[in-house]
Design a protein around this ligand. Sequence first.
Ligand code: 13P
Length: 230
Amino acid sequence: MKYIIGNWKSNQNITESLIWLDELSALRPSFSSSVSVILCLPFTDIASFNHKIADLGLPIISGSQNVSHLPPGKHTGEITANMLAELVNYCLVGHSERRHEFGETSEIVALKARYLLENSITPIVCLDTPYLDEQVKELFHHDVDVSRCFFVYEPISAIGTGKPVEPTDANHVCTQIAFLTDNSAPVLYGGSVSSDNAASFVRQGRIDGVLVGTDSLEPTLFAGIITSLS
Ligand code: 13P
């Protein structure tokens, strides 16, 4: 199985998300049973988005972009894994933007992954080389079952720059991630992925899919990526 995961980041309100779905549906991208399409949305969009994908019969699975590192309780404003369990099957954790803008540490990321797994949500753990070893160690230290996670190599230099790393270099780091996680989980690449380059990553031996930021926001571009991997 190959994976295309979109990350809308802090874009799209409910209305815009539903228009996006109408537009994508009208484009009739060639979905394939061997390519799983997951879209990680703002919390506010998820419920109405789920209804609409069911109405349209689109083979898209929703995910969230964040979750609390705390259990249910007195934590005003937090969205816990228990709340998300009724809405999503996947959740991003450890994105470099959250590390930089919100000071998230490898320990916090491991706690999030643990709560997600306790609620049957697959954590999609984002990694870059400076903290790759540290993050994987924290996951093991917190008894996170890495075989139930997804991993993504997302080099900061490639995020939002239009300059992806060479597919062979991405494959090298993805192989390293696979080795550290007992070759038990899908490993993806993210960073300036487009319909022009997505297939070149997935053709490499150890890259199971792509995580797409900018080009997931535009239905035409995202449909192009789906078609390119089908
Ligand atoms: P871009 O595709 O815009 O480079 O973003 C990548 C990313 O951060 C996905 O999580």
